[in-house]
Design a protein around this ligand. Structure first.
Ligand code: ZN
Length: 492
């Protein structure tokens, strides 16, 4: 098996990847907190680890891929104060918190499916693992790295740092945290402002809470990932991934918790994907430059020149290395759209090339194949892999232009390079990713209504009425209003 190198955020260098129990590789990735619509940032993280998952499988590993869903305990501003993000949304929308969770969880899955992101092997919910989290807190308390105050339990960072190094992942030093973290002037029960909650006692208005030895309350946000990764992957497992925005405090606290409870590191390779920026600025709700996937696929955000298909978005994301920032722009997306079409049409053109055993094998294609695999083995360098796939595209196009023939081995190689690797490893399906029936129906209705409008324009009322009647026979009503034509389905 060709060696794979992955950049480990903890050691700050590329390391040879070797799973603890080959051929099985364990991978845990922090999934979304389900309180809002999935956006481009979600897509980048999901696609990054989807390609890693696909590539490891392609290279012969069996992967147990765990991606969690945070449905409780993630408080506003990622700190230990403020309202629970899910509970806040539920209060504003007048819904049960679990209705909010279910709704956004479904939305997340719908959009991930459109982006051809494979589902993980296990997708645990934080709220489904309260017992495991309580047991984890008990272990931390037994080891002396936590303390209880008024029904809440906090992690003792100062004490931990006497025995282990707090901040090793993010490069933060406790001395800096001492000077930079402000105390909330007696609002907090913490011994130190940089301590973090393992268990929070619920206030009377708090909805999502559970009994525990300390109080009726809820777990701290960081705890679920320590508890669930170890539950499903073991006390030492291979890969832990997530967005760079989770590096601190989330992953730093996760390391501290796991080391405190188990006495050793649990993760062997820490991987982080970089962010999507907009004109160099971080995308955020407050900045107004935040684009949801729904807006992206429908082209409804003011920053979008057009709608982009899920496969264009996926291709756009793969054109940057996962550890580089990726700047959003319409130009880049339009270029991605063109690039993807070129790749797909070259893949289709292959079947038209004559195959002849008498033609010599092309050494170039063999070289391209090695370059593509080398790039992916080199810390998942998708932009370089794509660049080499475009060498193959040019090779195919020139062969077609010359009306040349190819050796059967080259035909197999081309199928691998232009079909198998793009679809199986990069997840670029040859449809545009618009797989839902709703989208197909919307597209078809748009076409039909356009034909009806054209019939009306040329005063062919017989044709426009016939379209209306045939739609009615299918249970679809069409109304002409001042704002334009609307349509809807009615029960026949
Ligand atoms: Zn996490």
């Amino acid at each position: 098996m060709q060696p794979i190198h992955l950049y480990n955020t903890l050691s700050r260098k590329k390391e040879f990847f070797e799973p603890l129990h080959p051929p099985m590789a364990g991978m845990y990735v922090c999934g979304p907190t389900v309180y809002g619509d999935p956006h481009l940032g979600h897509a980048r993280s999901a696609i990054t680890f989807d390609v890693l998952y696909r590539f490891l499988r392609y290279m012969g590993y069996q992967v147990r891929y765990v991606r969690n869903i945070t449905d409780v305990g993630h408080l506003e501003n990622d700190a230990d104060e403020g309202e629970d993000k899910v509970a806040k949304k539920a209060r504003i929308e007048r819904l049960e918190p679990m209705e909010v969770v279910q709704y956004y969880n479904n939305r997340y899955h719908d959009f991930m499916r459109m982006l051809q992101v494979l589902p993980p092997s296990i997708e645990p919910l934080a709220s489904g693992h309260i017992i495991e989290q309580i047991e984890f807190i008990k272990e931390i308390l037994i080891q002396g790295f936590g303390y209880e105050v008024n029904g809440s339990v906090y992690f003792d960072v100062e004490k931990y740092n006497q025995f282990h190094q707090y901040g090793k992942l993010s490069g933060r030093v406790l001395d800096d945290l001492r000077t930079n973290t402000r105390d909330l002037e007696g609002q907090s029960d913490k011994r130190n402002p940089f301590d973090f909650a393992l268990w929070k006692k619920a206030t009377p208005e708090h909805i999502m809470c559970w009994p525990s030895p300390w109080s009726i309350g809820f777990p701290g946000w960081h705890l679920e990932c320590s508890a669930m990764s170890i539950k499903y992957l073991g006390e030492t497992f291979d890969i832990h991934g997530g967005g760079m925005d989770l590096l601190f405090p989330h992953h730093e606290c996760e390391i501290a918790q796991s080391v405190a409870a188990k006495g050793h590191e649990t993760v062997r390779y820490w991987l982080h994907n970089n962010m999507i920026t907009n004109n160099g600025q971080k995308m955020g709700k407050s900045l107004g430059n935040f684009i949801t996937l729904e807006e992206m696929f429908a082209g409804t955000h003011k920053l979008l020149a057009q709608a982009y298909t899920p496969m264009t978005v996926r291709f756009f994301i793969l054109q940057a290395h996962y550890r580089s920032t990726l700047d959003f722009s319409n130009d880049a997306l339009q270029a991605a759209e063109k690039g993807l079409k070129r790749l797909q049409s070259a893949a289709k053109a292959v079947s038209g090339i004559a195959v002849q055993p008498s033609v010599p094998v092309s050494p170039e294609l063999q070289k391209y194949k090695e370059e593509v695999i080398d790039a992916l083995c080199d810390d998942l360098n998708t932009p370089i892999a794509l660049a080499h796939l475009f060498d193959v595209v040019r090779w195919v196009n020139s062969t077609v232009d010359k009306k040349g023939a190819i050796h059967p081995d080259d035909r197999a190689l081309l199928d691998m390079l232009l079909i198998q690797i793009p679809t199986e490893v990069l997840g670029l399906s040859d449809s545009d990713g618009h797989t839902s029936d709703v989208e197909t129906l919307n597209g078809l209705m748009e076409m039909i209504l356009e034909a009806r409008a054209q019939a009306k324009e040329r005063k062919d009322y017989a044709a426009s009425d016939a379209i209306r009647d045939r739609l009615a026979a299918l249970g679809i009503s069409v109304k002409d209003t001042k704002e334009g034509v609307t349509w809807g389905r009615f029960k026949k």
